[in-house]
Design a protein around this ligand. Structure first.
Ligand code: ARG
Length: 467
């Protein structure tokens, strides 16, 4: 017998049951569903909407059911469609007809919204924690490599030398913005939709504030129709998650390139790589490749939900049941990626020699020669032209700017003097970039200290919010 069977004259077609059911995936929400019901029934009892001893019986019943589901003994049924009705059915079997009082003043529409708010709220904090761990690993690695110099690239061509710490700190800032976005979204996740009923509110004298307090929600929805049909916080979660994956994917791409023989900048730890079934020499960076590869499905879930929502009239529509699988899949994908990236960064071996050789080999100090001439009074455009000619000559001879002798320099430009060789050393080249957000050693050390402070601030924030 269905919980809503009264109005029907025939049993539901089996294919319809299977097509409309969500229990296969929304059983993931059982903890949230029971937690929400416990708060709801307590309020019903306290407000005298049901008898206090009825509330007690229902509470005990719900706790028993939670234990049974946790132990894996419960078999959910498609006949009862979703997690909400499966649990209600179990409750009525457990405590008798009084269990039917739990749903007083509530609809599945505000119930499912509550479950998703609880679920995403906890996962938002998990993601902040995961990102914090990754920021910590990247910052530690950066601290170890303040004096490791590699070429910085534009267009994947060697451009100007940078400190490895500086390169890694760029990712620390990307993941820092991701944390900021999650923290900001948290206030929109941390809202109580319960009390909206099906869409228009309820006739019972409920106390939403009590339920909000019980569940730690900081705000209540002002509009019941919005409360049951708002999925913005899920779109935001998927959008933030997509960007996190894009950042992880860019980092992955660098790890893959850097660990290739062509670059030879790093070696990933054996524990984080896999072999080839045919080629015995292979050590493949499967983990960063898969993180890069899985980015697409998270972006896909975001677009899928936006598309589901774009033409929905108010208020609840069954289309909204489609919000769940993308969210669950995204949580799983991101949790896995973050858990692997942090130790992978920590465990990678850096080939400092190869990095420096490459930084010295190219013409990554050419801008500095131009700046040198500007300091001697030449307009930048002219300096650019002069250095361009010198570089062309070096390319033809197969030498670097440090190999050109002073006489040869002075025939091209008499402004060049002996001190040029000191200026063109890669470490001096990086340290000359002191202004703004540059790669000079003193700037990098300053930023490292700032990042340590930011990490502590995020930890403090986490301690102020509840699960
Ligand atoms: N399983 C549904 C969902 O996930 C729960 C809400 C259903 N409400 C309804 N009136 N059919 O959206």
């Amino acid at each position: 017998m269905k919980l809503w069977g009264g109005r029907f004259t025939k049993p539901t077609n089996r294919l319809v049951e299977e097509y409309t059911a969500s229990i296969d995936f929304d059983q993931k929400l059982f903890e949230e569903d029971i937690r929400g019901s416990l708060a709801h029934v307590k309020m019903l009892g306290d407000c005298g909407i049901i008898e206090p001893d009825e509330a007690k019986v229902i509470t005990e019943g719900l706790k028993k059911i939670r234990k049974r589901i946790q132990s894996g003994e419960v078999e959910f049924s498609v006949t009862h469609e979703d997690i909400h009705m499966n649990i209600e059915k179990l409750l009525i079997e457990e405590v008798g007809p009084v269990g039917g009082k739990l749903h007083t003043g509530r609809s599945r529409n505000d119930q499912v919204a509550l479950d998703m708010h609880l679920y995403v709220r906890a996962r938002t904090l998990d993601l902040v924690q995961g990102l914090l761990g990754l920021r910590e690993s990247l910052t530690s690695k950066a601290e170890q490599h303040v004096d490791t110099i590699l070429p910085g690239y534009t267009h994947l061509q060697r451009a100007q030398p940078v400190r490895l710490a500086h390169h890694l700190l760029a990712y620390v800032d990307m993941f820092g913005r991701d944390i900021e976005r999650l923290v900001d979204s948290y206030k929109r996740v941390n809202m109580l939709p319960l009390g909206a009923g099906a869409l228009a509110g309820t006739t019972f004298p409920i106390q939403r504030e009590q339920v909000a307090e019980e569940l730690g929600f900081k705000r209540l929805y002002d509009n019941s129709m919005d409360a049951v049909s708002d999925r913005d916080y899920l779109v935001e979660f998927l959008s933030i998650s997509s960007l996190i994956m894009v950042h992880l994917s860019r980092l992955s791409e660098e790890l893959i390139l850097w660990s290739s023989e062509e670059f030879g900048y790093i070696e990933l730890d054996d524990a984080f790589c896999t072999g080839s079934s045919m080629m015995p020499q292979k050590k493949n960076p499967d983990v960063p490749e898969l993180i890069r590869g899985k980015t697409g499905r998270v972006m896909g879930s975001w677009i899928a939900l936006l598309t589901t929502l774009k033409a929905l009239p108010l208020a609840y529509n069954k289309d909204m049941q489609e919000d769940k699988e993308g969210i669950f899949d995204t949580v799983e994908t991101l949790t896995g990626a973050l858990a692997l990236m942090a130790p992978m960064v920590e465990g990678m071996k850096v080939n400092e020699k190869k990095m420096r050789e490459n930084a010295e080999e190219g013409f990554s100090n050419a801008t500095d020669l131009a700046d040198y001439l500007v300091n001697k009074g030449l307009p930048f455009r002219q300096a650019h032209e002069v250095v361009g000619r010198i570089v062309l000559d070096c390319v033809q001879k197969g030498i670097t700017l440090l190999d050109v002798d002073l006489g040869a320099y002075q025939t091209v430009c008499p402004l060049i003097e002996e001190d040029v060789y000191e200026k063109l050393q890669v470490s001096n080249v990086t340290d000359a970039r002191k202004s703004g957000s540059g790669t000079a050693r003193e700037r990098v050390l300053e930023v490292l200290r700032k990042k340590r402070k930011e990490i502590d601030e995020t930890l403090d924030w986490l301690n102020t919010v509840i699960y």
